[in-house]
Design a protein around this ligand. Structure first.
Ligand SMILES: NC(=O)C1=CN([C@@H]2O[C@H](COP(=O)(O)OP(=O)(O)OC[C@H]3O[C@@H](n4cnc5c(N)ncnc54)[C@H](O)[C@@H]3O)[C@@H](O)[C@H]2O)C=CC1
Ligand SMILES: O=C(CO)COP(=O)(O)O
Length: 333
């Protein structure tokens, strides 16, 4: 039985712990707060995040990172992107050597513009051929309800990707292996920003033509960034690209989508932050994605508009005009 350590006991870490357990692993969840770990051990439920999910007996929890990491043959990281480096600086030295380290995170680090796999490599010294990315249309509440879904397991070393895919293949969770780590990570990070834009459109009262236009042109700007950074275009047409884009942009379960809806309805960023208890990665990563795009000479008008709204440089009601009044151009450019 593979022993897996999952760091981050929020929505996705908890749902992924259940996937691993249902796939036959023994799982230890690391929770920052002792009372959360104790409640999971006592009740088999993480009430603050996924109260409807009863965790199998093979999932236990601890607030001690050394204990979580001890003997792990597989490490999973599911914490907010902008806190990954600080977390790894604090307990990354406990991670066992020579085992796959999986990123579930969908963001780009502010300041460095690094993808999460790059942060893991740099901050924890994990060799790149042991860093794995799992990304796809995986809204945690649907996964927790064991509704069927698939995902991409990407690693530069295909045998490591296959090992991780084997460990997380559950009856309701179907992994597909990949070697395009860059494409998988960019798809996951940029779709959050596009989902904010779609949510804003919905909040402003626009319908499905508008939303489909944003999704499709959002995919176009993701593809441009991917091309500049060496992603395989086919990855962005797959589960980690268009698959996740559709799920996140269309679902009321998406935190990014919901955040955007509230902005579109006229709430301020601060007001939405105050009522959002979980991570909406696009709010922080819009700036880092835009900086990354600028450094690579890539035009990302939707991300530019979302960032302007998030940073108070533009009223949400101006976003549509700004996008619609850009110079006309060929669809492929
Ligand atoms: N929830 C979902 O449906 C999915 C989420 N993801 C990605 O997984 C990552 C984690 O997301 P969620 O689990 O949904 O987030 P969440 O907000 O539900 O949970 C975050 C977890 O990280 C912990 N944490 C550790 N250090 C922290 C710090 N310094 N500040 C705040 N929290 C800290 C929190 O205690 C909490 O357990 C994100 O990058 C997200 O984009 C990816 C796929 C699906
Ligand atoms: O990544 C996700 C679904 O694949 C979750 O999206 P949100 O973070 O917007 O809830």
């Amino acid at each position: 039985m593979t022993r897996a350590a999952v760091f981050g006991s929020g929505s996705w870490g908890t749902a992924f712990a259940a996937i691993l357990a249902d796939a036959g692993c023994e799982v230890v969840l690391h929770a920052r707060r002792r009372e959360v770990a104790e409640a999971i051990n006592a009740d088999h439920v993480n009430a603050g995040y996924l109260p409807e999910l009863v965790l199998p007996d093979t999932v236990s929890a601890t607030d001690d990172p050394a204990e979580a990491a001890r003997g792990a043959e597989l490490v999973i990281l599911a914490i907010p992107s902008q806190t990954l480096r600080t977390n790894l600086d604090s307990w990354g030295h406990h991670l066992p050597a020579g085992v796959p380290v999986v990123s579930l995170m969908k963001g780009i680090e502010l300041g460095t513009g690094q993808r999460m796999s790059e942060v893991i490599h740099e901050a924890a010294g994990i060799p790149t051929d042991q860093v794995v990315v799992v990304s796809g249309p995986n809204l945690s509440r649907e996964i927790a309800a064991k509704q069927p879904a698939a995902s991409v397991v990407a690693c530069s070393d295909i045998s490591t990707a296959e090992q991780v895919a084997q460990a997380c293949a559950a009856p309701y969770f179907r992994p597909y292996t990949q070697t395009d780590v860059v494409g998988a990570e960019l798809g996951g990070a940029v779709k959050n920003v596009i989902a904010l834009a779609v949510g804003m459109a919905e909040g402003l009262g626009y319908g499905d033509n508008t939303k489909s236009t944003i999704i499709t042109r959002g995919l176009a700007e993701t593809a441009r960034l991917g091309a500049a950074l060496g992603a395989d275009p086919a990855t962005l047409m797959g589960l980690a690209g268009v698959g996740d884009l559709i799920a996140t942009c269309m679902s009321p379960l998406s935190r990014n989508h919901s955040f955007g809806v509230n902005l579109g309805k006229g709430m301020s960023v601060e007001e939405v932050v105050a009522i959002t208890s979980q991570t909406a990665e696009g709010v922080k990563s819009c700036r880092s994605i835009l900086d990354l795009a600028a450094r690579n000479g890539v035009d990302m008008p939707i991300c530019t508009g979302v960032t302007a709204v998030v940073e108070h440089a533009m009223d949400v009601r101006q976003l549509g005009d700004q996008l619609m009044n850009r110079p006309h151009k060929h669809e492929r450019h």
